[in-house]
Design a protein around this ligand. Structure first.
Ligand code: AMP
Ligand code: GLY
Length: 451
């Protein structure tokens, strides 16, 4: 019987813990840092190390040794950037997750865009800068364009600033400085207008298998209004991803996995393609070297294979021969967040979460994130507190279950916030009401250019 270590602390990590626990060969799961709700779905022991970070490499190596870990799943971006996979491999520890060099496709946006140009992957126009002055001069010469200003490095999900006017772009360029070394190099990207989706492929360095598609809802309020967040909910198998889009996505993964191999950076683990559909054509907004959060919460439960063997086959580079089975259900995840998130929810921290005992008895999955146990209560410890995931034959049934369960939850003092329109696009589509916005504009062929 095997012991698995998951490197993550949020809802994505909770979904992974749940999945590994379902493997008949797993006896125990450890998580760094993990969270206090991970045990809730799982009958096997789950041990968390909440005083550690995903980048606490020395301590993680010690945990592996002391617990004779059979597999480490490196699931979080900072850990990939810190080279945790490489350090584990160097010690002969079995690991699933990309190396630092393969993960550069996420942690260095300038490098990633140049890679995408080289391998002819469709992307928005972009310009790379290494000085604030050069960035501002460029914006002044291109007054009428709308930009996304992006720190090249990892900035805890805050490094992308939409700039619909020249003044906002200039302010965003100045703001890059506050990201420290992550913002020293930054990009100006053409603002594409279309509908977003994400696609996930398991990759073993040379072969890959697309396991699912999802659509995140990043803004904090209904109707895609308000601040950008880490994700307020998502739906699996979004209807925007039809056969034609799937074909384009497959081609992009082929070019990417092959390109990374040619560059001597074979990619092992799950690769996340963030795409946007403009005029029926897919453009890559970003690649991430990990599962999405909350996309993992809707896609992992659909995988039918024994998850430990699946991860082992990826680690060994034997994906080609493997049959990967996923169910046909649609899943909807809704995030329960602290009122004030993502701007300021300090006053909600430490408040009791009510109704956990009721939702775990209902017909949904619940994955914890910013949640802690305090005596016999659960209390808020982060902005995104937990996720409720409903499933069904279609989006209507899945979201019906998720929202029914959400009604059972609250945060003391009525401090719970959640979006009420997760999956609404597909509901409208099912009802024939939605006229896709993605047909609005066709950008010219993408070209990268260095400044
Ligand atoms: P990221 O932090 O890279 O996930 O980006 C956050 C969000 O910004 C994405 O999910 C998109 O909604 C948006 N975005 C980023 N780049 C572009 C772009 N070039 N055109 C349109 N939207 C973008
Ligand atoms: N759901 C967005 C992300 O994981 O980056």
């Amino acid at each position: 019987m095997k012991t698995v270590l998951v490197i993550d602390g949020g809802g994505r990590g909770a979904a992974l813990v749940d999945k590994y626990a379902q493997s008949r060969n797993v006896k125990k799961i450890l998580a760094v840092p993990g969270n206090d709700l991970m045990q809730i779905n799982v009958k096997k022991p789950v041990i968390t190390y909440q005083h550690l970070k995903t980048t606490s490499i020395k301590e993680i190596l010690r945990i592996c040794k002391e617990n004779k870990i059979d597999l480490v799943d490196v699931a979080q971006d900072n850990a990939v950037e810190a080279g945790l996979t490489d350090k584990l491999l160097a010690k002969g520890i079995n690991v699933v997750g990309p190396t630092k060099r393969a993960g550069q496709i996420e942690w260095d946006k300038a490098w990633a865009r140049e890679f995408m140009v080289k391998y002819e992957i469709p992307i928005p126009k972009f310009y790379v800068f290494r000085s604030t002055k050069a960035g501002i001069n460029f914006i002044k010469k291109n007054q009428d364009l709308k930009w996304f200003v992006k720190a090249s490095g990892l900035a805890a999900g805050k490094g992308v600033i939409p700039a619909p006017s020249a003044q906002e772009a200039i302010d965003a360029v100045k703001a890059m400085q506050k990201f420290g070394s992550a913002g020293e190099t930054f990009l100006l990207e053409e603002w594409l207008v279309g509908e977003e989706f994400s696609a996930f492929a398991l990759c073993d360095g040379k072969d890959f298998h697309i396991v699912g598609f999802a659509q995140d809802h990043k803004r904090v309020n209904d109707g895609d209004l308000g601040e950008n967040t880490g994700g307020m909910g998502c739906v699996s198998s979004p209807m925007i991803v039809d056969k034609e889009i799937q074909k384009q996505v497959k081609k992009i993964f082929e070019k990417t996995i092959n390109g990374l191999m040619v560059e001597g950076r074979p990619y092992k683990g799950v690769l996340y393609l963030g795409g946007i559909v403009v005029d029926s054509k897919v453009y890559v907004i970003e690649f991430n070297a990990r599962w999405g959060d909350p996309e993992a919460q809707v896609l992992l439960p659909s995988i039918k294979n024994d998850f430990l063997s699946l991860s082992n086959e990826i680690a060994k580079g034997r994906l080609k021969k493997l049959k990967i089975k996923v169910d046909k259900k649609v899943r909807v995840a809704v995030a329960a967040v602290a009122k004030g998130y993502p701007v300021d929810y300090q006053l909600v921290k430490g408040k009791k979460i009510l109704g956990i005992d009721k939702i775990i008895k209902s017909e949904v999955k619940v994955y914890g994130a910013g949640i802690k146990k305090a005596n016999k209560d659960y209390v808020v410890s982060g902005g995104r507190v937990l996720y409720i995931v409903g499933d069904g034959k279609d989006v209507l049934e899945a979201r019906g279950k998720a929202y029914k369960a959400m009604k059972l939850v609250n945060i003391e003092g009525n401090n719970l916030h959640y979006r009420t329109d997760i999956g609404a696009r597909d509901v409208d589509r099912m009802q024939g009401l939605f006229e896709s916005e993605h047909r609005s504009r066709r950008p010219e062929r993408s070209q990268g250019r260095k400044k």
